[in-house]
Design a binder for this molecule. Structure first.
Ligand code: SF4
Length: 161
């Protein structure tokens, strides 16, 4: 699963079309304000990204891998992204817990969440990875998922205009 990244896992949960477009390098996101904000946050929080294979981790300290997100707009997408990092580390013999930190708390009850890769979540993650492989092997992207989330998406112009 070397060509699957944490971002692709995140996008698959968030929007299957976004996942497909990003996987096939139809990238509009360099121009996205939200992506620029994300990069600025990493700089402000002094997080040096750590690269292992094709994944980039925000922070490893002690027993935790921390993933920092600007907002909690899609908790589950962020959760599976972090579970993917925990699984990649586990495959290298490194067992860690996950910590998901949201700088803005709107939908969830607290800013920090402990995320554990247990048998159940690992199986869910494996199923998602299998589904992604099928999705990206299609010759065309899935249909637009009309939703409020589209308004903030970097692909808005691509999908709607
Ligand atoms: S604009 Fe909407 S349908 Fe298109 S990729 Fe973004 S979230 Fe998905």
């Amino acid at each position: 699963m070397n060509n699957i990244t944490g971002t692709i896992i995140n996008y698959y949960i968030h929007c299957k079309r976004q996942c497909y477009l990003h996987y096939h390098r139809i990238n509009l996101e360099d121009e996205s304000g939200l992506v620029k904000i994300g990069k600025a946050l990493h700089e402000r929080h002094n997080t040096e990204e750590i690269e292992i294979d094709n994944i980039k981790l925000d922070k490893i300290k002690g027993e935790f891998v921390t993933e920092i997100k600007k907002s909690d707009a899609d908790f589950n997408a962020s959760r599976f992204q972090l579970l993917f990092y925990l699984k990649k580390l586990k495959e290298k013999g490194v067992i860690k817990k996950g910590r998901l930190t949201f700088l803005e708390k709107n939908k969830v009850d607290k800013k920090n969440h402990e995320i554990l890769l247990d048998d159940s979540s690992e199986k869910e993650l494996e199923d998602i990875i299998s589904e992604i492989k099928i999705l990206v092997s299609n010759s065309t992207p899935p249909a637009i998922e009309k939703n409020n989330k589209c308004k903030k998406c970097a692909y808005y112009a691509f999908c709607y205009i």
